[in-house]
Ligand binder design. Structure first.
Ligand SMILES: Cc1cc2nc3c(=O)[nH]c(=O)nc-3n(C[C@H](O)[C@H](O)[C@H](O)COP(=O)(O)OP(=O)(O)OC[C@H]3O[C@@H](n4cnc5c(N)ncnc54)[C@H](O)[C@@H]3O)c2cc1C
Length: 459
């Protein structure tokens, strides 16, 4: 897209509130589409990069990268270490080692990029191209004036911020509390050579590791692009309420203590990947390289009104907040931003409530409803327990289905129509060409997962 002189007085005016990666991406997209754009942030650019933790791990896949490319943006696939698949290990009651499979990403890659880096670089480009960046915490009162002065106002202030301006959608918001407690830490000291995680599959560390414990929670470990350390590694853990992991995660109060907790977690539970984890070190340049908390998954209405009745649209986490277990939040926000920019570019009329609500309904149908359902599948929501059992056991038997299962993180849409064991079986048959019952009959518990023999940590 070319910049059609956004400073001309005839340019349509847009305001974006919140300079996280979703807001900055939308602001830059609208600017390049010829809008005169003002981006409001409660922090200045230096503070956005250095005074806060990354908003999340932000692992994203092909469909999201295509959305960024459609906006003329770099999806970081040439700078970030690439994920070529997912190594899944599932332990049942009393941590019995049950299911192991390695799903290849077929025709796409994953990259996990520090949200602070992506937002910072896009913010620099935004300003260089003539976008107006205003450092000012926007309140409901000032938002009223901003929305009155602009043709289009997008609110991308994250899960807190101004999200209360948008009513919760009670049908789509199925949980009233967080399903997990979260702990994440980004580390260095472990390279990317062939020996790293070589015990899991020939892809080694190119596959991130996802270990599921029925009684504790889930642990993920994978390649990451950190704003200061460059190619590095990230841990993200989910603790079930009342679990030992929940107690452990609660004790984290610094990057150092978070990494110590993670190392002990691997020693006590996930020892198949322990040597690599023991080789890691904290990123000393970044005291904010860790985060703990919890997310209540919420879907809001996409359109709100300010005090004097101006319409504003919700974007990114302000619109939909996901538990990160299926990596859908950052992806959804970027896809929503790209869709809105593309539609706004060719829209001649007013950005009124009907238009904004229509765009949001289209986004929910095209991506977000499916993304929420896949998130529930990976959260082991009891509603999908039978389907999940069938899917994960089949993945352990058939690599084609392993690939299709992990592809739901990239394109969740195939899962939207699957509501029964029969429909799940039909999907397995469609992917593999084989009878789902016969595949399932071939499943045998793993017994004991292969253990790492990674050398440096053994010395
Ligand atoms: C632990 C964790 C792991 C995750 N992993 C993944 C993953 O692997 N893949 C994935 O796709 N997603 C993941 N997510 C989700 C992802 O990180 C978020 O969806 C995404 O970063 C949200 O971006 P955002 O720009 O919408 O919001 P934010 O990053 O929260 O940005 C909002 C911005 O608005 C600013 N702001 C707030 N209030 C105001 C105000 N009143 N005025 C002006 N500015 C304001 C804030 O300071 C902030 O800069 C994860 C989330 C977590 C918590």
């Amino acid at each position: 897209m070319t910049n059609q002189n956004p400073n001309s007085s005839s340019a349509r005016k847009a305001a974006v509130i919140g300079a996280g990666q979703t807001g900055v991406t939308a602001a830059l997209g609208l600017l390049d589409a010829g809008f005169a754009v003002t981006l409001y942030s409660d922090r200045d650019q230096r503070s956005l990069r250095n005074d806060v933790p990354a908003a999340g791990t932000a692992l994203e896949f092909g469909e999201t990268q295509q959305a960024e490319i459609a906006l003329g943006l770099d999806p970081y696939t040439s700078r970030a270490p690439r994920h070529s698949g997912l190594s899944v290990r599932i332990a049942g009651e009393q941590n019995a080692e049950l299911i192991a499979f390695d799903g290849n990403f077929d025709g796409y890659v994953g990259v996990a990029v520090d949200t602070r880096l992506k937002a910072d670089e896009r913010l620099t480009t935004f300003q260089e191209r003539g976008g107006r960046f205003v450092v000012e915490p926007v309140t409901p009162e000032t938002l009223d004036a901003i929305a009155g002065a602009n043709d289009l106002t997008l609110v991308a202030t994250g899960r807190g911020g101004l999200s209360n301006l948008f009513a919760v959608d009670p049908v789509r918001s199925v949980y009233d509390a967080p399903q997990r407690k979260l702990l994440t830490v980004t580390v260095t000291g472990l390279g990317f050579d062939e020996g790293v995680f070589a015990h899991r599959s020939p892809a080694g560390g190119g596959h991130s590791g996802f270990s599921i414990f029925a009684e504790q929670g889930e642990g993920w470990w994978g390649p990451y692009l950190h704003k200061d350390a460059g190619p590095s590694w990230a841990f993200l853990g989910w603790a079930r309420p009342g679990s030992d992991w929940e107690t452990r995660f609660a004790a984290a109060d610094s990057a150092e203590s978070a990494l110590a907790i993670v190392k002990n977690l691997y020693r006590d539970y996930i020892d198949w990947d322990l040597p690599e984890v023991l080789a890691t070190e904290n990123i000393i340049e970044d005291p904010h390289s860790w985060l703990k908390g919890a997310v209540t998954p919420v879907v809001r209405e996409g359109v709100g009104r300010t005090a004097s009745g101006h319409v504003v649209a919700a974007l990114g986490d302000t619109a939909v907040a996901y538990d990160p277990i299926a990596g859908q939040g950052a992806q959804g926000g970027l896809i929503q931003a790209q869709r809105l920019v593309a539609a706004a570019t060719i829209h001649d009329g007013a950005f009124d409530e009907a238009w904004l609500a229509g765009q949001y309904a289209d986004f929910l149908a095209a991506r977000s409803d499916a993304a929420n359902k896949v998130t529930r599948l990976f959260l082991s929501d009891p509603e999908f327990a039978d389907i999940g059992g069938q899917f994960f056991a089949t993945a352990a038997v058939d690599p084609r289905f392993a690939s299709a299962l992990v592809a739901l993180l990239h394109r969740p849409q195939p899962f939207l129509a699957i509501d029964s064991v029969e429909a799940a079986g039909a999907y397995i048959q469609q992917v593999t060409g084989e009878d789902p019952a016969e595949l399932l009959a071939r499943f045998a518990p793993a017994g004991r997962f292969a253990r790492s023999t990674f050398a440096p940590a053994l010395v």
